[in-house]
Ligand binder design. Structure first.
Ligand code: NAP
Ligand code: 8YV
Length: 320
């Protein structure tokens, strides 16, 4: 191992898990969220910082990038990097890396899990048994069948396609929307989220976040989904107008929702908490030991490759 002083200085901009922090500390001088905890100490170290490490939800704004004159690389442990000001980084020829591919299965699994949970009311049923209601009140009201239903995918990318593959095994018909049709795939393309919503029973959102998709799912899309329709969001909270969603759920404009992501994390709108037709998870779609380790390995490999003068494994598309 090289001596601490000669090792590149890296700023961790989020609370990183030990299986990422450990390998980072083996290779780099890591400053753990110093910009937040001690701005005076950070100002002294900032000129030495050559790398930034963060997670999919991390914010790396222009203002922070401008404070780091020696910055050479931003490595995100996550496929989404909407919190990074990529334009500000690219202006200085600073590459941004992320962790695509290694989490497709996990996120797709949770999307299917949310679909089943909300339609079959699994969390509600669990509470029903534990509260002794089964013995007192008998069987629960009948639920909604998932197998054979019509699925709409908003964003048929890596994860969207993994969701489609699983839905095929459930005998679901599959349609999608996105920026462009994918002629190689035998699924029906709809030009807008609203047109897609009108044609399906379950609408799963799995686009990137950021300005390009902000409130793509709005009141009109929810109205098109209709009173028998379910919304599943495993993308980013910003893609769904959460206030419009709360209103649609409360008024029966849609049947229910399964949500892993929220506009203000970790603070989903409180109106959602008491709704029985909603299943909420805390942004955990990729959160298994196996997948988070694979993501951490890739995030660290990108940093090491950069400082070893090797090609980056997974730079964001804007860099390529
Ligand atoms: P990807 O392969 O890049 O796929 C993204 C898809 O979104 C593409 O099909 C793209 O359409 C579509 N899209 C992009 N901009 C759009 C727009 N303005 N309107 C409609 N569709 C648009 O990405 P991925 O690896 O599947 O990941 C997708 C996202 O999932 C990530 O960026 C992240 O935000 C989210 N995610 C969340 C979790 C979680 O923990 N909940 C975990 C992992 C990922 P085209 O094909 O037409 O370009
Ligand atoms: C994680 C994610 O929450 O990959 C993403 O875009 O949102 C998730 O996998 C996050 O990246 C963990 O650091």
């Amino acid at each position: 191992m090289s001596s601490p002083s000669s090792r590149p200085h890296v700023l961790a901009v989020a609370k990183l898990p030990p299986f990422l922090m450990g390998p980072l500390q083996e290779s780099f001088e890591v400053h753990d969220r110093l910009h937040e905890s001690d701005p005076v100490a950070f100002a002294k170290i900032a000129p030495l910082i050559r790398g930034v490490a963060g997670g999919g939800e991390s914010k790396v704004p222009r203002a922070l990038i401008e404070q780091l004159p020696a910055l050479e690389i931003i490595s995100i442990m996550g496929v989404g990097y909407d919190g990074v000001d990529v334009s500000a980084a690219l202006e200085r020829r600073i590459p941004v890396t992320h962790t695509p591919g290694v989490l497709n299965d996990e996120v797709a699994d949770l999307a299917l899990g949310l679909m089943l949970s909300v339609a079959r009311r699994i969390p509600l049923a669990d509470r029903y048994v534990r509260a002794g209601q089964w013995a007192k009140e008998g069987a629960m009201p009948l639920a909604r069948k998932v197998s054979g239903a019509r699925l709409g995918i908003v964003g048929l990318g890596r994860i969207g396609q993994a969701i489609a593959l699983r839905a095929e095994a459930f005998g679901m018909s599959i349609a999608y929307t996105g920026r462009s049709a994918k002629p190689d795939l035998a699924y029906s393309f709809y030009p807008t989220a609203q047109a897609l919503a009108a044609a399906v029973d379950f609408l799963v959102v799995i686009t990137p976040g950021g300005a390009g998709t902000r409130h793509l799912i709005n009141a009109d899309v929810l109205k098109a989904l209709g009173p028998e329709g379910y919304l599943i969001n495993v993308a980013r909270g910003s893609v769904v107008d959460e206030a419009a969603l709360v209103e649609a759920l409360a008024k029966g404009v849609i049947a229910g929702a399964g949500l892993d992501v929220f506009e203000q994390e970790p603070h989903p709108m409180e109106a959602l908490w008491s709704m029985d037709n909603v299943v909420l998870t805390p942004h955990m779609a990729s959160a298994t030991v196996q997948t988070r380790h694979a993501m951490a390995n890739l995030a660290v490999s990108n940093l090491r490759a950069h400082f070893d003068g090797q090609p980056l494994f997974t730079p964001v598309p804007e860099w390529q």
